[in-house]
Structures are given as structure tokens and as C-alpha cells.
Design a protein around this ligand. Structure first.
Ligand code: RP5
Length: 167
């Protein structure tokens, strides 16, 4: 474990989203983090409608003890990429399933980052929100044995729940 991480085990994950309308999807990330016992905060930040708020958050995220940022956005989904441009913290992007293009717009917008500023892009919609939280948990698990145990239990419960034969 890194010395700095050992000293401060107060790890937090940020779950940010472009709009209230994204919360239905992003709430699934919160459910997973709760199960893993990981502290998190949720915020509405829009790259387009509230750019100053987004900048304020991203520029202070490390100082505020966030270790991973999950960012959900839909349509012209610039939020994850803009946050990644401001902070070196890992940013996991969740493409929200938009009404008009079913999230393909969000996916391409989040995935097609220029080299140099990465965003870890997840699947469109609910699967993406769940997997972003599992991935954030896997990152935190490297530094927190309690989270590692919970994550491995969660995975083995999932494995056990898969029936051998269809009914
Ligand atoms: C994006 O625009 C948000 O992330 C949201 O997915 C989309 C639509 O926002 P609303 O018009 O529903 O507020 O910035």
C-alpha cells in the first residue's frame, strides 16, 4: 500500500452527472458503492450549463479526497472528458441512454477522447453505471482490504447465482 494512501484511508468516489435526468441511471452506481462500503458524493455538474461549477469541482477533487470520479452524461456528453482535462484522477465515463439516439451519441462522445487525456468509457446506460461503480470499487480495493473482500464476495455471489441449466 502506498504510504500516502495508508495514512489517509478516507477514500471517496464522486458520482457526477450532467443533469437531474441522468440520476435514474447514475443511482445504480450509488447502490453498488453502498454495498461495497465506499464513501461517495453525488453532484450535478454540466460542462455546458454550469461550466464554472464543473471546473470548481474538478480542480479541487484531489484536495477533497476523491480517488475516482464517475461521470455520467448524455447527448453531446462532454462532462467526463472535460473533468479528465482538469484533473489527473481516474475518470470513468457513463454514456447515458439519450432519447434521440439511444445513447450512441453519448458513447461516441465519451469514448473518442484525443490521446493524452483518457476517460475509461463504460457501456451505455444502466450496465455502464453499474460497471463504473464496480470498476471504481476495484481501484479502491487495491488500497482497502475491506473493499477488496466485499468486491470478491459480490463477484462470487454473482457467479453462484448463474444456473447451470436453463428452465
Ligand atoms: C446532458 O444533456 C445531460 O447529461 C443529460 O443526459 C442531457 C439532457 O439533459 P436534460 O435536458 O434532461 O436536463 O448534459
Amino acid at each position: 500500500m502506498l504510504k500516502s494512501m495508508k495514512k489517509n484511508k478516507n477514500f471517496k468516489v464522486a458520482i457526477v452527472m450532467g443533469s437531474q435526468s441522468d440520476y435514474k441511471t447514475m443511482q445504480l452506481s450509488t447502490k453498488i458503492l453502498k454495498k461495497m462500503g465506499i464513501k461517495f458524493e453525488t453532484r450535478i455538474l454540466s460542462a455546458h450549463r454550469t461550466p464554472k461549477r464543473m471546473y470548481e469541482f474538478a480542480s479541487k477533487a484531489e484536495k477533497n479526497n476523491f480517488k475516482v470520479i464517475i461521470a455520467g452524461a448524455g447527448g453531446s456528453a462532454h462532462l467526463p472528458g472535460m473533468i479528465a482535462a482538469i484533473t489527473h484522477l481516474p475518470v470513468l465515463g457513463v454514456p447515458i441512454e439519450s432519447k434521440k439516439l439511444k445513447g450512441l451519441d453519448s458513447l461516441l462522445s465519451i469514448a473518442q477522447m484525443p490521446k493524452g487525456i483518457p476517460v475509461g468509457t463504460l457501456a451505455i446506460g444502466e450496465d455502464g453505471a453499474i460497471n463504473a461503480a464496480l470498476l471504481a470499487s476495484a481501484i479502491i480495493a487495491n488500497y482497502d482490504s475491506g473493499v477488496k473482500k466485499k468486491l470478491n464476495n459480490w463477484r462470487s455471489t454473482q457467479t453462484k447465482s448463474v444456473k447451470k441449466r436453463p428452465k
